[in-house]
Design a protein around this ligand. Sequence first.
Ligand code: NCD
Length: 303
Amino acid sequence: MRHLLSIEETPKEKIEEILSTAKGFLEISRRPIKKVPVLRGKTVVNLFFEPSTRTRSSFEIAAKRLSADVMNFSASVSSVRKGESLKDTVLNLEAMKTDLIVIRHPSPGAARFLTTFCRSAVINAGDGAHEHPTQALLDALTVLEHKGRLDGMKVVIVGDILHSRVARSDLFLFHKMGSSVVLSGPPTLLPPYFKALPAEVEYDLDRAVDGADVVIMLRLQMERMKGGFLPSLREYRARYQLTGERLSRMKPDGIVMHPGPINRGIELSHEVADSPRSVILDQVEKGVAVRMAVLSLLLGGEA
Ligand code: NCD
């Protein structure tokens, strides 16, 4: 594995290898001294062209716990503002002898574009509405920790599927690992062509969550919406908010996940956001271990 660009093209065996490596790394973050020398002397660049809280800090912490040197690059305060292209930006950073570039970019395919000319390993940390592979991997690790398995699980993904790279990566991952995936959301945000993907489409949320082991709630990505996708927020809430009542339709031990950032009172009621069935902060913990695993596998350090 040279790069991690998408889950769609990552074989099941690779996913299993990353998840089992990540399980081992979970323990390091729980130690009093949270550092191992696996990537000593390596340089990782976090290249972010879109806002991020969790993904960026998680990659930074993961790289530092492996003893790599990390440089955080934020497009909004760089020469990108002066008109420098993505390719020139990356070539200049690479001239400083970087080993791995983590990129988040609004254009689908941006991470793959980097691999056509750069020497460093590349990790896609979200490319437009295309994919966000490490998010799907950390979601899988969270389900594994709570459920012990991925096969045979009913996983429901709810909300703004159209604009969600997380939905796409999750769908491919859970399907590959033998879960059955159900997509739910308003038809404007879940067009019928999604039925071509290996998932069931159920527009009625009450029916979708029935007997679910895992429900993954998504944020409405207003910043990617050009036009009227929703009649009103009030109607969206009524039909697609995960409420306590809808939670009770899941399996009694079913869990609620969300990639963040959450918008309380929109996709999740306050009651559900704070319920013990919500494992949203567990996902964040797993994110560090998954990113340590991917960084070490790509840079060839000893796990
Ligand atoms: C998501 C993203 O940016 O794709 N967040 C994340 O990385 N954890 C989802 C979102 O922005 O709603």
